[in-house]
Design a protein around this ligand. Structure first.
Ligand code: IPM
Ligand code: MG
Length: 354
């Protein structure tokens, strides 16, 4: 029996999670689910977006299936109480330094992309994002009276961008392994940032162990451009936490809808947290119109990466391909002549297609 912590979170989280659980249950796998509140709903109930018991639950589970967190109504809370702290706190507490964000353009959905079909059809790109370092977690950070410079004496905010060599090495190994026999693009801003120079030097050092992989370096501004110019030239892209956050949203849009994209966050033990790449979409929450496919595909990634259930993972992925081929679409990916369905109807369609 494998234990799964189910953290649906805010906004559309609970409705899309219900569909993923429906699919997992239909597969009759030896899984045991334990649900808990995180994000804004946990703050409302317990005064904290990530209660200590939830961290404990996550640690003792084989995997965490995560929905989404965040809601406008919590935007004015102090930072440590905002819903986003739930996901940042879990990444840190579980040491989830690897973030795999595949951007796959399904043939049926090429028309939903804002790019020309020939640029995206057949796109199958993997973004490997470092997830526990960089300016996201670097200390010191805070607010203070500026000690020097042109604005000395004024109030200022500051964060610290930093990467240690071993920290870059471990994510480099993950990326090179994922890019075996293919082309790896490492993204940095080494023309300006010291952190990025360390990143680049380390990538070059690690590349010597992987002669099967061709390594290319790209500055992040150029990478943003290449992603919309010729995305199919990129097989695997590896980058730091902040650049990865931005570029993964961009890569997601190439596929037509961020509502299709799953992601995995893994630690050294292979324990993982699996979540859709999109957010909590509070504007459409509770309407049963959200696209549950990214959550369902995240469940498939969980079976593959943390639970060793490859066959079941493939069954889910094939079922998703089948419902798309059958013409079922939620609003975000609708096109002429499609069968427009609700969130729960899409879940039912996937179950039927298993
Ligand atoms: C993501 C999200 C998070 C991030 C937020 C919710 C903290 O944008 O997973 O990409 O910035 O990492
Ligand atoms: Mg993001």
């Amino acid at each position: 029996m494998k234990k799964i912590a189910v953290l649906a979170g805010d906004g559309i989280g609970p409705e899309i999670m219900a569909q993923a659980l429906k699919v997992l249950t239909a597969l009759k796998l030896p899984l045991e689910f334990e649900e808990a509140l995180v994000g804004g709903v946990a703050y409302a109930a317990f005064g904290h977006p990530l209660p200590a018991e939830v961290v404990e639950l996550a640690k003792k589970s084989d995997a965490v299936l995560f929905g989404a967190v965040g809601d406008f109504k919590y935007d004015s809370l102090p930072r440590h109480l905002r819903p986003e702290q739930a996901i940042l706190g879990l990444r840190k507490a579980l040491g989830l330094f690897v973030n795999l964000r595949p951007a796959i353009c399904y043939p049926e959905l090429t028309a939903a992309s804002s790019l020309k079909p020939e640029l995206v059809s057949g796109l199958d790109l993997l973004l490997v994002r470092e997830l526990t370092g960089d300016v996201y977690f670097g200390q010191p950070r805070g607010k203070r009276i500026s000690p020097d410079g042109a604005f000395a004496g004024a109030e200022e905010g500051f964060d610290t961008m930093r990467y240690a060599v071993p920290e870059v090495e471990r994510i480099a190994h993950v990326a090179f392994k994922a890019a075996m026999g293919k082309h790896l693009v490492s993204v940095d801003k080494a023309n300006v940032l010291e952190t990025s120079q360390v990143w680049r030097d380390t990538m070059i050092k690690v590349s010597k162990e992987y002669p099967e992989v061709t390594l290319e370096h790209m500055y992040v501004d150029n990478a943003a451009m290449q992603l919309v110019k010729a995305p199919k030239k990129i097989d695997v892209m590896v980058t730091g936490n902040l650049f990865g956050d931005i570029l993964s949203d961009e890569a997601a849009m190439l596929t037509g809808s961020i509502g299709m994209l799953a992601s995995a966050a893994l630690n050294e033990k292979g324990q993982g947290l699996f979540e859709p790449s999109h957010g909590s979409a509070p504007d459409i929450a509770g309407k049963n119109i959200a696209n549950p496919l990214a959550q369902i595909l995240s469940a498939a990634m969980m079976l593959r990466y943390s639970l060793g259930m490859e066959e079941a993972a493939v069954r889910i992925e094939n079922a998703v391909k089948k419902v798309l081929a059958q013409g079922y679409r939620t609003g975000d990916i609708r096109s002429e002549g499609c069968k427009l369905v609700s969130c729960s109807e899409m879940g039912d369609a996937v179950v039927a297609a298993l």
